[in-house]
Unconditional design. Structure first.
Length: 310
């Protein structure tokens, strides 16, 4: 597929005509590589098994509108794009002129009320984003923890972050972010993207990752707070054994050892070796013993948003 903004000269001309200055503070790196763009659009537009509903897309950070236009021309009947930078709105008005099924909202993805977005009922919702590196984790976790009715998300993120998102237990990349993402979704890397695929080029490699939303989770909604409490504690100090890391958090070594025994998990293991299912067993054990001991049942889930997590 040929897109007009794949030509670097066209991009420079557009920016110059609108007297726009790229803002490093916003992490503005505009994708100009047509091959990568088509991979993103193909992944976002793929039909999932047994679902023939029309497609709608929520795009975060449309930039110059290159990806937005590609989505609008690739079978998506409704595209809603959220752009934080007010100076890009007139640029988008030009590049997306003629696409009446595209809605551009000038807003911050970390603050907008997702429930008020103008989505069309009866559509399969896909989320697509070239996430600014400096706010990748907060935006990602806000989406994962939201009630948005999406079934697939396709993100461009820093390569190292993408690798952490899909990492398996036992490796150096596996951490709290891995568990959080895999709690909500099944992920797969699509491709690695070099700096020269962007204007201006970033200083690091990027990667495209696909996240398919899970319909069921490893613990019930009622146990989710304890699940993430255990995860945070397990990865707080990676070199500590589970027994010591959890004891530091819960403040009761006997309680922790009893929970680990109930969950059939060796107390000398470390958090980065536990699978999602093992974290679930441990959360169930901790919750059961907390309730039995008359512990605080109103523990509130402190999400990862607003923090970079490993």
């Amino acid at each position: 597929m040929k897109h007009p903004l794949h030509d670097l000269r066209a991009v420079r001309k557009l920016i110059q005509e609108h007297q726009f200055f790229v803002k490093k503070g916003y992490g503005q790196n505009f994708l100009t590589d047509g091959v990568v763009l088509d991979l993103i659009v193909d992944a976002a537009g793929e039909r999932l098994t047994g679902d023939d509903r029309p497609l709608a897309a929520l795009e975060i950070g449309p930039g110059l509108g290159t990806l937005t236009e590609a989505l609008a021309e690739s079978g998506f009947s409704h595209v809603v794009s959220i752009e934080k930078d007010a100076q890009l709105i007139p640029v988008l008005a030009e590049t997306l002129a003629g696409h009446s099924h595209v809605t551009i909202l000038q807003a911050d993805a970390l603050e907008i009320d997702f429930a008020q977005l103008p989505f069309v009922d009866g559509h399969a919702l896909r989320i697509v984003a070239n996430l600014p590196y400096y706010v990748t984790t907060p935006i990602l976790m806000r989406i994962l923890e939201s009630e948005l009715p999406y079934d697939r998300a396709v993100f461009m993120v820093q390569r190292e972050v993408a690798e952490r998102m899909v990492a398996t237990p036992g490796g150096k990349d596996y951490g709290a972010l891995s568990v959080a993402v895999q709690y909500y979704c099944r992920g797969a890397l699509v491709c690695v993207v070099p700096p020269e695929a962007f204007f201006p080029p970033p200083t690091v490699e990027s990667a495209v990752i696909v996240l398919d939303r899970k319909k069921e989770h490893v613990v019930s909604e009622a146990l989710r707070p304890m699940f993430f409490r255990v995860v945070r504690a397990a990865f707080a100090v990676r070199r500590k054994t589970l027994a010591n890391a959890l004891a530091t958090h819960f403040g009761d070594k006997a309680f922790v050892r009893s929970c680990l025994e109930d969950a059939m998990i060796d107390p000398v293991r470390r958090g980065e070796t536990l699978t999602l299912e093992e974290f679930a067993r441990l959360a169930v054990a901790c919750s059961a013993r907390s309730v039995h001991a008359g512990g605080d049942k109103s523990e509130i889930h402190e999400s990862f948003k607003g923090r970079d997590v490993d």
